[in-house]
Design a protein around this ligand. Structure first.
Ligand SMILES: NC(=O)c1ccc[n+]([C@@H]2O[C@H](COP(=O)([O-])OP(=O)(O)OC[C@H]3O[C@@H](n4cnc5c(N)ncnc54)[C@H](O)[C@@H]3O)[C@@H](O)[C@H]2O)c1
Ligand SMILES: O=C(O)C(=O)C[C@@H](O)[C@H](O)[C@H](O)COP(=O)(O)O
Ligand SMILES: [Zn+2]
Length: 368
């Protein structure tokens, strides 16, 4: 990875629960990154892949011993009740007190799991995010949505629980697999589509160096996305209004992830398809220009992300999973749709027929 900008600090403004997001290179090994945690009892969870690369410097910086660390298997299956129980048992066995802090070192899976455990352990303790994937740095480490999956639906069990501190070390992105990097890019494209037309144009121009891990551009992406998310979360922490815009593409995406049993499709890959489907429906409604939809789909494709759902998925499969979407209100599905590039809206103003037209257009086999 090439040159980085200096450390930048953003703030998520939530009154007494406000917290900093530190973004920079080589923060992870620097004890000063964690000054808010000094003197607090700490326990850390991570996954085996991340542990192999980054656990030693974090333990040195935080003065943690082996007994303070629990490493779990990598992958979406770790966002489960079984792992919640395992982490709770481990915290109790090691007697983490209520003034202790649970540290999450890893991607969105570890962050979502740790946040949920922290929300319920002894009725709620502090937690800290050290995100190591692009997806986690631009999205999951910020905003306090925590939770696990259920066989019937993605993130169906969880809590809003904000971290106390987020440390995003950009240097960790250099060891990410290409597939995981691209998965994070889907959420980046989402931000631009839902709320920032200039950023969308910037991404069109800078995609190639970004995917080649240009440090300055990656730093800019993480900063811009976190700034946008911090602002939205500060205004609507519990998604009673505009926070739902961050769900652009996600109703379709979660249906794909649930259908495929979690893990076969990465979250960002499913989001990429969901973005294309949201564009398609928005065009059918006459809200989004066909040319703008094509620009969005072209960017998703150029980023090496999928644009169609799994070949075995039917219109009925989508309906079944979408009924359980958390944005259903008064029995009516609400979707995030596009008015233009940079302007998304939460809407139930589509007919079942139009939605079916979009689903049929994307499903390659007939309904069962
Ligand atoms: N809470 C939220 O607001 C929010 C937002 C977006 C996504 N999510 C959730 O986040 C999860 C996906 O997160 P993810 O994409 O980070 O996946 P992940 O946590 O599974 O990490 C991806 C893979 O990369 C490995 N890895 C992590 N960091 C690495 C590094 N620096 N170098 C090499 N390998 C590394 C991991 O071991 C794992 O195998 C999904 O469950 C999704 O629902 C939550
Ligand atoms: O932070 C949010 O709000 C989001 O919607 C961000 C999404 O990228 C993320 O995937 C989130 O976990 C989805 O939340 P859900 O409430 O639809 O499960
Ligand atoms: Zn997401």
């Amino acid at each position: 990875m090439t040159q980085h900008l200096n450390t930048r600090v953003l703030n998520v403004d939530l009154g007494t629960r406000s917290y900093p997001i530190r973004i920079g290179a080589r923060l992870l090994a620097d004890p000063a990154s964690y000054r808010e945690l000094h003197g607090r009892p700490l326990k850390l969870i991570t996954d085996h892949n991340v542990a192999a690369q980054y656990l030693a410097p974090v333990c040195a910086a935080l003065k943690l011993s082996d007994a303070d660390v629990l490493s779990l298997p990598p992958g979406e299956a770790t966002k489960s009740w079984a792992k919640v129980e395992q982490v709770l048992d481990w915290l109790l066995e090691h007697r983490l007190p209520r003034d202790g802090v649970l540290v999450a070192l890893g991607g969105g899976v570890i962050g979502d799991l740790a946040g949920f455990v922290a929300a319920i352990y002894q009725r709620g303790i502090d937690f800290t995010q050290i995100p190591t994937t692009l997806l986690a740095q631009v999205d999951s480490s910020v905003g306090g949505k925590t939770g696990i999956n259920h066989a019937r639906g993605k993130n169906m069990i969880g809590a809003f629980h904000q971290p106390r501190l987020v440390i995003s070390d950009l240097a960790t992105l250099s060891s990410l697999s290409r597939r995981e990097l691209l998965s994070g890019m889907a959420e980046v494209i989402k931000y631009a589509m839902l709320g920032d037309a200039d950023f969308f144009g910037w991404l069109e121009h800078n995609l190639d160096p970004l995917l080649a891990l240009d440090g300055n551009r990656l730093a800019e992406v993480v900063e811009r996305c976190c700034a946008m998310k911090a602002q939205i979360v500060a205004a609507d922490e519990r998604e009673s209004g505009r926070r739902a815009l961050l769900n652009l593409g996600h109703t379709f995406a979660h249906a794909i992830e649930t259908h495929s049993g979690y893990g076969q499709w990465l979250h960002g890959e499913a989001v990429a398809v969901g973005l294309c489907m949201a564009c398609n429906l928005s065009v059918r409604l006459g809200w989004l220009g066909e040319d703008e939809a094509q620009r969005c789909i072209a960017l998703v494709r150029r980023a090496g992300l999928p644009t169609t759902p799994p070949a075995d998925m039917t219109v009925d499969d989508f309906h079944e999973h979408m009924q359980l979407d958390k944005k259903v209100q008064g029995g009516k599905l609400r979707l995030i749709l596009m008015r233009s590039i940079g302007e998304a809206v939460v809407s139930a103003d589509f007919t079942p027929e139009l939605l079916d037209d979009t689903l049929s257009r994307f499903c390659r086999i007939e309904a069962k």
